[in-house]
Design a protein around this ligand. Sequence first.
Ligand SMILES: *[C@@H]1O[C@H](CO)[C@@H](O)[C@H](O)[C@H]1NC(C)=O
Ligand SMILES: *[C@@H]1O[C@H](CO)[C@@H](O)[C@H](O)[C@H]1NC(C)=O
Ligand SMILES: *[C@@H]1O[C@H](CO)[C@@H](O)[C@H](O)[C@H]1NC(C)=O
Ligand SMILES: *[C@@H]1O[C@H](CO)[C@@H](O)[C@H](O)[C@H]1NC(C)=O
Ligand SMILES: *[C@@H]1O[C@H](CO)[C@@H](O)[C@H](O)[C@H]1NC(C)=O
Ligand SMILES: *[C@@H]1O[C@H](CO)[C@@H](O)[C@H](O)[C@H]1NC(C)=O
Length: 273
Amino acid sequence: MAGWDKKLLWSFMFLLAGAVAQTVVYPFTSTCAVRGSTVTLPCTFTPRKSFSDGQREVPLKIVRVRWCKNHVLCQGSMPSVYDSNSANIDPRYQYLGDKKTNCTLQIRDVQQGDNASFRFRMEADRPEGHFTNQTGVNVTVVDSSKMRIISSSDDKKLSRGENVTLLCASVCTFHQLEVTWFKDGHALSDTGPSLHLSPLTAEDSGNYTCALKKSMETLSEPYSLQVEAGAGGNLPPIPGVVFVVLLVVIALVLFIVERRLRAAEGQRAAEAS
Ligand SMILES: *[C@@H]1O[C@H](CO)[C@@H](O)[C@H](O)[C@H]1NC(C)=O
Ligand SMILES: *[C@@H]1O[C@H](CO)[C@@H](O)[C@H](O)[C@H]1NC(C)=O
Ligand SMILES: *[C@@H]1O[C@H](CO)[C@@H](O)[C@H](O)[C@H]1NC(C)=O
Ligand SMILES: *[C@@H]1O[C@H](CO)[C@@H](O)[C@H](O)[C@H]1NC(C)=O
Ligand SMILES: *[C@@H]1O[C@H](CO)[C@@H](O)[C@H](O)[C@H]1NC(C)=O
Ligand SMILES: *[C@@H]1O[C@H](CO)[C@@H](O)[C@H](O)[C@H]1NC(C)=O
């Protein structure tokens, strides 16, 4: 009785282990690529180690890996973009993975026809080890890679003291976005995708553009920002003028005082001699 229970439990555990172990994970389920560029579809998989045929555990071994375009299961005679069993495949599709854990696919010279769902399938020496994750990776192919500027504020006219964040974005999402920001054609030191301007001053007014670093063909259309002395402005222009006048007066006073001192000194020297 106890032996039976144990056997059942073990079978159940193996079943669970087998079912849980079998995965295909795509870190990015959707990605974007510019036509003509190279895109990588990261992918990792865990094959099922073995299965129970009712009497014993039968080990499994992956014998075939493949990638399909727009096929939910990618099985049988479905055409593949990559198939480890076929020598006749498009060299644009490079399998960077293996038959153990890595199923990364790289697509070179991306074409419009690559705007599709890609799925990886593993096939073992027994059908029990075959598996496709139906989630897949959606690749969106775009023609233009021009960046565009998105503002955190709908208003293009902002007041002094307010703050605004400009975001340099693209129709494509890049995983590591390094951009160059320009203000009236001059490069700024910021390299992140977002430019935070806070608090705004009149000097922040201008035409902003951005581009992917080292890729000026992605230069965005200009974004015109105007900062005006509005109700929210806590630094009106008058204090600035007053400050400058004050500086000039102080400088003048110092100059006069110094000349007086020099004259007095000269007089004293003359008297002493
Ligand atoms: C299928 O892929 C998705 C996305 O990577 C992942 O979250 C999920 O766990 C996968 N399922 C299996 C059974 O591998
Ligand atoms: C991928 O595309 C298919 C159809 O084009 C859609 O049904 C699915 O929701 C998309 N998946 C993701 C993760 O965007
Ligand atoms: C899979 O292989 C590719 C190419 O060799 C590599 O860049 C990537 O880091 C690997 N992924 C994992 C999870 O090991
Ligand atoms: C292919 O592109 C169209 C837009 O042109 C998009 O609506 C569709 O979801 C894309 N298909 C896939 C599978 O990504
Ligand atoms: C920027 O303004 C928003 C509201 O307009 C406010 O919530 C935020 O705290 C401000 N940030 C800074 C750094 O001033
Ligand atoms: C910004 O561009 C507009 C037209 O696009 C122009 O009228 C304006 O003078 C420019 N501003 C600066 C500071 O260059």
